[in-house]
Ligand binder design. Structure first.
Ligand SMILES: [Fe+2]
Ligand SMILES: [Fe+2]
Length: 228
């Protein structure tokens, strides 16, 4: 059963009734547990496991490439870490409001500045800052059309973020948020094991099982197709 957020407003929403009817047959059940179509996750999954076993090739490479560019630009580990994680929600959970979902996902495990930078990059992406060479992305013109205007809450978020002491951390995420989706450009996750080791508090029980307020979000990425 596809989750409502994925199908509302699309033709796929109409499959829900049929699937519920189907489940009344004795030999048909909804998925609850490991989806055989996905690689099995270890019992105590780490950030690396989500990168390698759950995230798609395109978002995975986008995150790794952004982190690599940040490192090549000589930026600090907080910025590298924020770049590595900035679109983690798009990679494994939800695209709409991805900065906020992403910041919540990693909040218990990273420095507050890293989570803040991830949350605010979503709004900052829409607004140029010529003083540091950040222009409105051509990709957004392609994605949303030349007349797209971000809604009021995004404008207010941007204005507040600009006055915040961590503004430049989040701005640097947008500067290193490169649009190289070339599938041939491969970056190895292991390049960042050291940065992750120092900047991500991996829970001993595994992500999804540490009883944190966001554990359910990681479990949703382990079993994204569960009915409940
Ligand atoms: Fe983003
Ligand atoms: Fe991005």
């Amino acid at each position: 059963m596809p989750p409502a957020a994925a199908v509302i407003g699309t033709p796929a929403a109409s499959c829900q009734g049929a699937l519920l009817a189907e489940a009344r047959h004795q030999d048909t059940v909804f998925m609850m547990g490991d989806n055989p179509a996905l690689p099995k996750m270890p019992e105590r999954p780490t950030l690396k496991d989500f990168f390698l076993l759950r995230f798609g090739q395109i978002p995975r490479m986008h995150l790794l490439q952004s982190a690599r560019v940040a490192r090549e630009n000589g930026l600090g580990e907080k910025v590298i870490m924020a770049c590595l994680l900035h679109d983690i929600a798009i990679a494994g959970l939800l695209s709409a409001n991805h900065g906020y979902w992403g910041a919540q996902l990693v909040g218990p495990y990273v420095d507050a500045e890293v989570a803040w930078a991830i949350e605010k990059h979503e709004a900052l992406r829409y607004f140029p800052d010529e003083s540091v060479g950040y222009r409105y992305p051509q990709a957004y013109v392609d994605y949303f059309g030349p007349d797209y205007n971000p809604p009021g809450y995004i404008r207010r978020e941007h204005e507040a973020a600009r006055r915040h002491r961590w503004y430049m951390t989040s701005r640097l995420v947008t500067i290193n948020d490169i649009y190289s989706f070339d599938p041939a450009a491969v970056v190895d996750y292991d390049e960042f094991e050291d940065v992750v080791g120092r900047n991500f508090r991996q829970p001993e029980e595994g992500l999804g099982f540490d009883g944190s307020p966001v554990a359910h979000m990681w479990r949703t990425m382990i079993w994204p197709n569960n009915f409940l």
